[in-house]
Design a protein around this ligand. Sequence first.
Ligand code: ATP
Ligand code: MG
Length: 359
Amino acid sequence: MPPVLDIDQIVKKFGNFTAVDNVSFQVEDGKFFSILGPSGCGKTTLLRIISGFLEPSSGSLRIRGEDMAGIAPNRRPVNLVFQNLALFPMMNVAENIAFGLKRQRCPAREIESRTDAMLERVGLTGYGPKDIAQLSGGQKQRVAIARALVVNPSILLLDEPLGALDLKLREQMKIELKKLQREVGTTFIYITHDQSEALVMSDTVAVMNDGCFEQIDTPRNLYESPASSFVAGFVGEANIFSAFVESQDPELIVRTSTGLVMRATAMQQMEGRECSLFIRPESIILMPDDNLEDLNRFELVVEAILFDGSNTKILAMQGDSEITVALPQNQQFAHIAVGDHINAGVHVDGCKCYSGEMS
Ligand SMILES: Nc1ncnc2c1ncn2[C@@H]1O[C@H](COP(=O)(O)OP(=O)(O)OP(=O)(O)O)[C@@H](O)[C@H]1O
Ligand SMILES: [Mg+2]
């Protein structure tokens, strides 16, 4: 079986500007694949190329093994969900969902049964006759997805579909979308600049920067073994320091511009002395046992406690370095107060070092 989507060296230029820069990847059938990157990195451009609304400058793309060159958007086995949803306000819910089936000249009875089945699938049984204006934001979202899925596309392309929702609803829809994708088994290609959306929902995430893919990996690997300083900074939270290599043999020792000296792990070949050091807030161990090995040990002075339930952090100083530390939900740490001096440590593999200045 060929992959459902096979992108080979796609380039898209607008004049002198390269919006998509030699991107290649494959997506296996039935997977949830996300493209994660900051605004302007080329995500929508890539999606428009897949859907056929935009011709690539060079490169090729295949869907289920078939070359899509010269194939019009409406002839491709893909469908799109946009950020603004683009529902038809003059049609009711059922008519919106039935739209694509009508266009395919599907028999009326089949349209009705497939529309009803789709309504049930997205949890809107009985909503068919309602006006779009009567729906909540989350319900509109589900109608847009139902409308796109009802024609059984090989691939559903979603361009920041949760962008317009408030935070709480977005959290909820994230989980719903993931469940829905599992149930229907359709391949989803999901574009977002929100790393938590990408990590929570995806089987695989491609991190995009300046038109290029920096890393294609599982959410866990992206978080635990970022391939570049861009990925380390974009995916998850980190304390980031610009630093210099002090020595490399036998082990890497770096000194940050704020004066912190750490034994570190080289995540790539170190070229030159300039480097950047990344330490996740949860990698820092408060009051570590004396017998823990491979630990950089230091003393922190608590500057502030940023209370946020299970996500509470402390802001602390180590010399001139300000460090954010995740506070474990543990009675042992409940008494920590501003001004306290606390022993802390971080394992060598929690100090990840990338060559070159921070971008
Ligand atoms: N038709 C066009 N002509 C010229 N430049 C374009 C065109 N479409 C997009 N661009 C440029 O290509 C770059 C990538 O745009 P794109 O819309 O793909 O970004 P994006 O990653 O989707 O960003 P966002 O997260 O803000 O939606 C941007 O710098 C944009 O200005
Ligand atoms: Mg976009």
